[in-house]
Design a protein around this ligand. Structure first.
Ligand SMILES: Cc1ncc(COP(=O)(O)O)c(C=O)c1O
Length: 378
């Protein structure tokens, strides 16, 4: 079955009631036939039918055997990082979601798990950063918020030679545009809050893998630490998957129009969108993604007051954290919580400057999106 068909049918097989979608099993515990029963569902922290439906469908879309759903994207990240032990080291791209920085800097350090940051996108620089202590390489591509592109296959090849696991945060691309396991990654993490849920109405996360050993460890962590996706959130995330393909196509179509519009606007200094041939990661993106996604960032000309005026002039775009929903959102990463845990200097080093604006392009009529940007840019 093709992607769109799997998205609609996997995990939603018609049950004995004839229900054509997976119902919400708002259940904490399941009656067992007797001592020593091997029935699949016993207690919902360990396993719940609605969660399993979502996990199965997402795994299928990522080309994976196993999926695990969590209460948030960062809970899913913690689950992947739970594979590490005291003394281990993570090599990561410095260009990533600010919350991942927070976990590595404020939580993992307490367990004597250190991190090395790679500022460039060059696979050789990842290789140079590796030491004997390195057990995990953490990638995010396209990156939040400046949409850098990392070569998943090249970095995974380097990691494989040294038996280092590679995790890819695939939130920005979604499985519709990028399937990191097929490029050599070991684990994919998602904030399902974004494109997978797709409607800005849940907080959720997921881990997928093909590796049975890693799956067993993360599944154990999921049940033992307990940050599971609720039945209702799993239901909404599964419903989101059913329309992922049509939504992603429209997000991308609109994002392309916005990127081209911004590129030619006199008040814009730089447009960051991997679909543009001028983007430094365009060739790699073309190789490893089947589309370029719905996120567009840009740098405005002028001072801080211009940025403030732009944001306050927006009528259709909501000024808000988050991304990946059907509605268009604008954010200013320098000022917002996503990257607030980084110092001014650190933000400058990864290109998060005061003039940076990140747009999550929705699936509204693109004429309304462009008109709003045009009037706000002045
Ligand atoms: C790339 C990326 N990964 C992970 C997360 C964390 O997800 P959540 O907010 O669902 O915990 C985010 C949130 O913005 C994100 O943008």
């Amino acid at each position: 079955m093709r992607f769109a068909t799997r998205a609609i049918h996997k995990g939603s097989e018609v049950d004995s009631t004839g229900s054509v979608v997976s119902p919400i099993y708002a259940v904490s515990t399941f009656k067992q036939p007797g001592i020593g029963s091997d029935q699949r569902f016993k207690y919902s922290r360990a396993s719940n039918p609605t969660r399993s439906s979502f996990e199965e469908c997402l795994a299928s879309l990522e080309g994976a055997k196993y999926g695990l759903a969590f209460a948030s994207g960062v809970a899913a990240e913690m689950a992947a990082l739970s594979l590490l032990k005291t003394g281990d080291e993570v090599v990561t791209t410095a260009h990533m979601y600010g919350g991942t920085y927070k976990i590595l800097r404020k939580i993992m350090v307490n367990y004597n798990i250190s991190t090395k940051y790679v500022y460039s996108t060059d696979a050789d620089d990842f290789e140079r950063a590796i030491t004997k202590k390195t057990k995990l390489i953490w990638l995010e591509t396209p990156t939040n918020p400046i949409l850098k592109i990392l070569d998943i296959r090249a970095i995974s090849d380097i990691a494989k030679k040294r038996k280092i696991q590679v995790v890819v945060d695939n939130t920005f691309a979604s499985p519709y545009f990028q399937q990191p396991l097929s490029l050599g990654a070991d684990i994919v993490v998602h904030s399902t809050t974004k494109y997978i849920g797709g409607h800005s109405d849940i907080i959720g996360g997921a881990v997928v893998t093909n590796n049975n050993n890693l799956y067993k460890k993360i599944k154990f962590y999921q049940s033992a630490a307990g940050a599971i996706a609720s039945p209702f959130d799993s239901f909404l995330a599964l419903r989101g998957l059913k329309t992922l393909e049509v939504r992603m196509k429209k997000h991308e179509e609109n994002a392309f129009e916005v990127a081209k519009f911004l590129q030619n606007n006199k008040n814009v200094n730089e447009t960051l969108y991997p679909g543009l041939t001028s983007h430094t990661g365009h060739e790699i993106a073309k190789k490893q993604m089947s589309g370029f996604g719905g996120m567009v960032s840009f740098r405005m000309k002028g001072n801080e007051s211009k940025v403030k005026k732009f944001i306050s002039s927006l009528k259709l775009f909501a000024f808000a954290e988050s991304l990946g929903g059907i509605e268009s959102l604008a954010s200013t990463p320098y000022y917002m919580i996503t990257h607030a845990s980084l110092s001014e200097q650190e933000r400058a080093k990864i290109g998060i400057t005061r003039d940076l604006i990140r747009l999550s392009i929705g699936i509204e009529d693109s004429r309304d999106i462009l008109e709003d940007l045009e009037q706000a840019l002045g």
